[in-house]
Each structure stands twice: as C-alpha cells, then as structure tokens.
Design a protein around this ligand. Structure first.
Ligand code: G3P
Length: 218
C-alpha cells in the first residue's frame, strides 16, 4: 500500500519524507489555510520534497474554472495531481483533464456509487473519507470494502486512496481491505512505528548487550 502524507506543513513533510517510506502527499484548501502559506509556493515546495504524486485541490465550482485551475496547478510541477470534488462539474472536468494527460484525484467521496462514477470519469485516485463517515455514525471501512469490490468487478484501475484517516487502525483496516493508498496525517504516520513491546524489547536487548562489555565495531 502506498503511504501518502495528508498535510501542507513542509516541516512535517520533510521529516516524514526523510524516513524513505513516503510515496506522496495530499493537500486540501483547509490544510493550505492551516499552513498559512501561499498555495502555489507551498505546492511547488512540497513537489520538491517528494517525487511521488502531490494532490493540489482546485476550488472553482464550474467546469471551465476547474479546467483552468487544474491546468495551472498541473503546470507547477510534473508530480502534481489535480484534486477535484465529486460533483457533476468535478467529474466532467476530471474526464477532460485526464484526456489532456493530467492526473486527477476525485475527493469528498462518501458512497460507492460516487466512486463508480469517478472511475468512469477516468480518475487516477478516488478519495473516500473514512473518518468523516465514522464521525457521522456511519462505517467508513464498509465504503472501502464496497469500492474495492466494485472496482475489481469491472477492472477499473482508479486507485483507492483511503482519506480522512484518524487512527492507526484505520490504516490497518484500509490495508486489509485492499485500499491502494492511504493518506495519513503526520501524527498518525509517526504513531505507526510504535508498539510497547518493541520499546520494552529493545530496552532489554540493549541492557543485556551492555552487560557483555562488547562493541560490534572493534
Ligand atoms: O485530504 C482529505 C482528508 O484526508 C481530510 O481529512 O481529517 O479533514 O476529515 P479530515
């Protein structure tokens, strides 16, 4: 499963990318606002930090506006993926941008029939929002399961990008269900490394090693 970081904070992104485990980045207008950055500068900088796909979201609501913004965003760097909302205009613009060779991430997906339409529009990625469904008392993981089944039934190559991840269990469950990618907030990404038995096990190994008085390098 590809790991994307869901953030527009370049300090967090540099730290995560240094792990060598990060395959891409997703941003949205809220994350850009939180970063306090000029969007175009932030996207250009993020694209220099990671070589994989970097999602940058258009904010127009009509097809022409989405096409203009999408083409502009795609011109910032070759790894930009244009993010468009799952609306009739968003899917029309998706189809046209894809015909121009621009990759599109269709966002704000909350149902499997929406995901079916995005695949038919040629989306490169579909972003089902797991956490927001769970927040609303629904089952975000069930949506991942349904989309996986529908895409596999028909051989759609649109990649399932599990989004709105809130917990490490969301990452585990998305992987178990066959999501192609998960976009993960920096705090959850860092938490993926942790297990209490790793910490206590390592401490015991190092204490025992010290008691031997040995050194590996001399
Ligand atoms: O980038 C989209 C997404 O992951 C949103 O997450 O936490 O705002 O629901 P959240």
């Amino acid at each position: 499963m590809d790991i994307f970081i869901d953030s527009a904070d370049v300090r967090d992104l540099r730290a995560a990318a240094a792990s060598g485990l990060v395959d891409g980045v997703t941003t949205n207008p809220s994350l850009i606002a939180r970063s306090g950055r000029d969007m175009k500068e932030a996207i250009a900088e993020i694209c220099s930090i990671v070589s994989g796909p970097v999602s940058a979201e258009a904010v127009a609501s009509d097809v022409d506006g989405m096409l203009a913004e999408g083409r502009y965003l795609a011109s910032i760097a070759e790894n930009v993926v244009v993010k468009l909302p799952l609306t009739p205009a968003g899917l029309t613009a998706c189809k046209l941008l894809v015909q121009d060779g621009i990759r599109v991430n269709v966002t704000l997906c909350f149902s499997s029939v929406q995901a079916l339409l995005a695949a038919k529009a040629g989306a490169t990625f579909i972003s089902p929002f797991i956490g927001r469904l769970d927040d609303a008392g629904l089952d975000g993981m069930e949506l991942i399961r349904e989309i996986r089944t529908i895409y596999d039934n028909y051989g759609y190559t649109t990649r399932i990008l599990a989004a709105s991840i809130r917990t490490i269990n969301h990452v585990r469950d998305a992987a178990l269900l066959g999501a192609d990618c998960a976009t993960i907030p920096p705090k959850i990404f860092n938490a993926l490394y942790s297990h209490i038995l790793t910490d206590t096990g390592l401490q015991a190994f190092l204490e025992d090693w010290r008691s031997t008085g040995q050194s590996i390098l001399k």
